[in-house]
Design a protein around this ligand. Structure first.
Ligand code: PBG
Length: 313
């Protein structure tokens, strides 16, 4: 009876697995994200294969660059032979049906650790747009199916759409991280990529956690500029925002169950204070109930295995 009247369901097909790729051969565990590591391209393909076989349709790639590859202009982000393009190529060769989503932001490539270019100690919005567009085209050329601008520069979706179309990538989609808060829950992720801002914080371009009307404005702008799907991030602390954007758009909505949310579950479980499996599935279900169509989560493999066990058992 409970199954008949259930309003929301979560399945592996709702999930996106974020993956961290690095140059080294050996996996490097990410301390505050137990079970996650930076992996070589080969190992990333193996993990993606496991995800795909569990029914997870997509992965989101994040490259961990060496200090030598970082610069104030983040120019490595447009290198067609860089770590990320090579990883995209390897994934699409091995798993052509897997959806590969790439992040469009300068921070992993930037010595400043900011998502935009820094001029005189300030984030320079408009000068950042051409490099974001070039980065997106580089990713598309390598085989990315969806580019996901997470940088929160104003006007980025339009210039990326125009650049992709001009380069012939009309079928590459844009998943805009349009409602991205200046959140302390990103801490473990920045440690994973060594990408924390070297000065200041991201409050001049990421959103104030106090605001929800502003989220609707950001969503409307990105939709008008040509976004194919909209992301709200973080997830669980912002369920009201997911619901508000859901009611304001017909576009698909993604939620990002971010690194800090994942770390909280893992840490409490390690202490024996929470049941990780149940709390993970409940968190993801809550994001869906609030209105998300799909969810980025570091727990995607765990969740897919649990859902499969429930089905088979
Ligand atoms: C980079 C980016 C961040 C995350 C995704 N893309 C970090 C940030 O904005 O500082 C965070 C993801 C997470 O915490 O899981 N622009």
């Amino acid at each position: 009876m409970r199954a008949l009247v259930r309003e929301t369901a979560i399945s592996a097909t709702d999930l996106v697995l974020p993956l961290f790729v690095h140059h080294q051969q050996a996996d490097a565990a990410i301390v505050a994200m137990p079970g996650c590591s930076r992996q070589s391209i080969e190992r990333t393909v193996a993990t993606a294969r496991e995800a795909f076989e569990l029914g997870i349709p997509a992965v989101a790639l994040f490259p961990a660059l060496t200090a030598a590859e970082k610069s104030s202009t983040a120019i490595e982000s447009t290198n067609p032979d860089g770590l990320l393009p090579r990883c995209i190529q390897a994934l699409k060769r091995a798993l052509p049906e897997l959806v590969v989503i790439t992040d469009v932001a300068l921070d992993p490539y930037s010595t400043d650790g900011h998502d935009g270019l820094v001029e005189s100690g300030q984030i320079a919005n408009d000068p950042t747009l051409p490099i974001l567009a070039a980065m997106a085209v580089t990713q598309a050329r390598a085989g990315a199916d969806v580019v996901a601008p997470s940088n929160m520069m104003d006007g980025r979706v339009r210039v990326i759409r125009e650049a992709l179309d001009a380069a012939g990538f009309t079928k590459v989609g844009i998943l805009s991280y349009c409602v991205k808060y200046a959140s302390a829950f990103y801490g473990p992720f920045r440690d994973a990529l060594d990408s924390a801002p070297r000065f200041g914080d991201k409050q001049t371009y990421q959103m104030d956690p106090a605001n929800v009307r502003e989220a609707l404005r950001e969503a409307a702008l990105d939709e008008a500029e040509g976004a194919d799907a909209l992301m709200i991030k973080p997830g669980l602390p912002y369920l009201d925002v997911i619901r508000a954007v859901r009611e304001a758009t017909t576009l698909p909505i993604a939620a990002y169950h971010v690194s800090g949310e994942f770390a909280m579950l893992k840490a409490a479980a390690e202490k024996g204070w929470l049941d990780y499996d149940r709390c993970l599935l409940e968190s993801l279900l809550a994001c869906k109930r609030a209105g998300a169509d799909f969810i980025f989560t570091y727990g995607a493999l765990d969740a897919a295995k649990l859902l499969k066990a429930h089905r088979d058992g």
